[in-house]
Write a protein that binds this ligand. Sequence first.
Ligand code: 13P
Ligand code: SF4
Length: 319
Amino acid sequence: MANYTMDVREYSTLPVDELVSRIKRAKKKKNAVLLVHNYQRMEVQQLADFLGDSLGLAREATRTDADIIVFCGVDFMAETAKILNPDKKVLLPDHRADCPMARMIDAPLLTEAKRKYPGAVVVTYVNSTAEVKALSDICCTSSNAIKVVKSLGDKQIIFTPDKNLAEYCRQHTGADIIPWEGHCYVHDQFTTEDVKIALEMHPDAIFIAHPECRMEVLSIADHVASTTGMVNFVTDNQDEIREKGIIIGTEIGLVEQINTEYPDLPLYPLTSTAICATQKLTNLAKVAWCIETQSNEIILDEEVRCRAYGAVKRMIDIS
Ligand code: 13P
Ligand code: SF4
């Protein structure tokens, strides 16, 4: 029998088998679903009801008929699920799991930028707070950013908060984009020298990269895609990858996922230091604690949520 008064620290002393059965039992009993991002630890990925990138997870959040969404990812993803589902309980197993890039802009700074460029529309990457989404015209993810920018015709765009994704969109659309100076510390660390070294070790390998990488890295990639886009690329090109190998320019959680799925393929992370520390805060003990005790609920101001909903919904409608 589960003891629902247990502290999260006590859960970390339980064996993996027990944690897994507690999670499964609690999911059934409470009609909960586990939405899991591609960078999570493998043991968490393995329990996912849905595993995917930001867009896939947001879409799934609109489709589920569960009462509770346990979001194994970072805070902006859980907030997006709450923005789309005000009547569901959304839980984040570790409340410290944030995305540093999302903190590189806030509502007062964006308000000031909007004043400076009154004619511009605001496109905000989902890696942002609900307050910033609420001040934006439309959101985007790494898999639909170009499509979102194209949908705006020739309007001037303030693109927040990722300068690399902004530049990637500008290169592919020619749009008049004012980039925000934010970045992802995991992807922005990749350099062309890293790619050169990896290619020296694996000269025939295909190189794929996430659009949060710098433009000089993206410009030498064979393919640029979201995390799920990368998984799909590997699935669709297995024969060529078996022959040549593939270098993957993103967080290592995704490389581990693909490696588990395709153990016979020669996969190489661009660097082994590309780790998103806050994605790794979630583990089985915290998931079991969070679901059994219904802790760490995402609560949003309703007015902010409603305004953010408009920006997220406009993105989903054109994706
Ligand atoms: P994806 O939407 O491609 O999964 O990206 C999310 C993210 O945070 C990448 O760093
Ligand atoms: Fe944020 Fe980068 Fe981590 Fe993605 S990998 S959640 S953008 S810090």
